[in-house]
Design a protein around this ligand. Sequence first.
Ligand SMILES: [Zn+2]
Length: 480
Amino acid sequence: MEVCCQLPVLPLDRPIPKHVLIRRGAISLCSSSALFGGPAPRQLSKRRGAVSYDSSDQTALYIRMLDVRGRAKTGSESKRPERQELHTEQYCDCREINYAAIAAANSERPVSVVRNLHRTLSLRRCSNSSQPLHVSPPENRAFLLDLPKATCMLKRLGRWNFNIFLFDQLSDGKSLLGLTYHLFHEYGLLDLFQLDPLKLRGFLVMVQENYHSQNPYHNAIHAADVTQALYCFLQEPKLSESLTSCDILLALLAAVTHDLDHPGVNQTFLIKTNHYLAKLYKNTSVLENHHWRSAVGLLRKSGLLSHLPAEDRLGLEERLGSLILATDISRQNEFVLDFRARLERSDLDLSIAENRHFILQMALKCADICNPCRPWEHSRLWGRRVTQEFFSQGDIERTQGLNVSVLCDRNTNTVAQIQISFMSFVVEPLFIEWTRFSDTQLSQTMLRHLTLNKARWSRPDEADQEEQTRRSRPDQSKRT
Ligand SMILES: [Zn+2]
């Protein structure tokens, strides 16, 4: 199918809200601003500045994977609803992946559950600015803080053994929303940046809902887990003493959105299937670019930063992209080697903005792959989830007659093997450098868990258990 790579444009020519016009405290975030120079964050709340609005900046790039669950069942019927919507939305290169049939063939879950996995990856062009983008109706925005058990857990948010799975249950599946909203309040970011609480909530609702809950691993709970881990790192003395409020705002936004709209397959899959996103981003950091541009789209759609000067918003969006792009695992060696070299040169003066940004990149990378450094029960669950996602991709590849990607073949890999390799070659080198940078009790705890978890995965009983799980799945090689 011919791929249309024309970028979609989302008009944002809404009038300036009244509550923004009457504000006195819009803070300039331009590069000349003292915000980037690192003043004490508390002083910023006393600043007063004029609100400016760049009327020329009225367009936004917005790309997202469209979830068409529940629209149609099979065959040609499945395309009808999309055609009917073309008068208001244009779709390009809708590449369908029948997750339902494949998952049903492999999963032990009931068909009624896996049927909901049917998903179309689509480039959506919004031609109508009033078109809602996956925003829940107001009654669905009942907030986490109405849930006392979840609220109680927030007191322990800074602990490394925080149970994100339990928190997600207690927060009625809104862990990412509740956790992030709490952190924005804790850091005083609403006052410091004059953020509208309703816009923040609307933004976070959209973020939460634009993660794919059907993904075993790359879903909103993973984003919440990464945000919680990053919060732990932000508490470390070297960071807490040097980061500005702008750094913290960016770090939280990056953690929350770093896997936004993840399709549950990796870049290799998108390239080998000629997916339009691979072409759009020229086979380079395809998913990370998509997460970043999706995050920018939701930021603009929500109007969360619309009261800031356009130059400052664009600067924030660029830095957000730099943080999210750093999570590309194919650039792991590049970052680890750079980190090591800077540490050896003692070249990490955190009063310099560029160095603080680099440390935030490293902190986000650590948070993103910290699962093996968590307590065993959590670590094991994450290990199983990510492997399940890998194997699902491998099943799709096998069914479509494609070469099964590395680590994605359930017939030749085990959870234990994948985890041990990942720990040894990816996680350990990064966390060793992080500990050199920040040799604290938390860093030592993480390394201790890493060592214990690797030993646990190596135990025969653990390997046997995982092997039984793997073998209990249908043998797909016999089906193709
Ligand atoms: Zn991630």
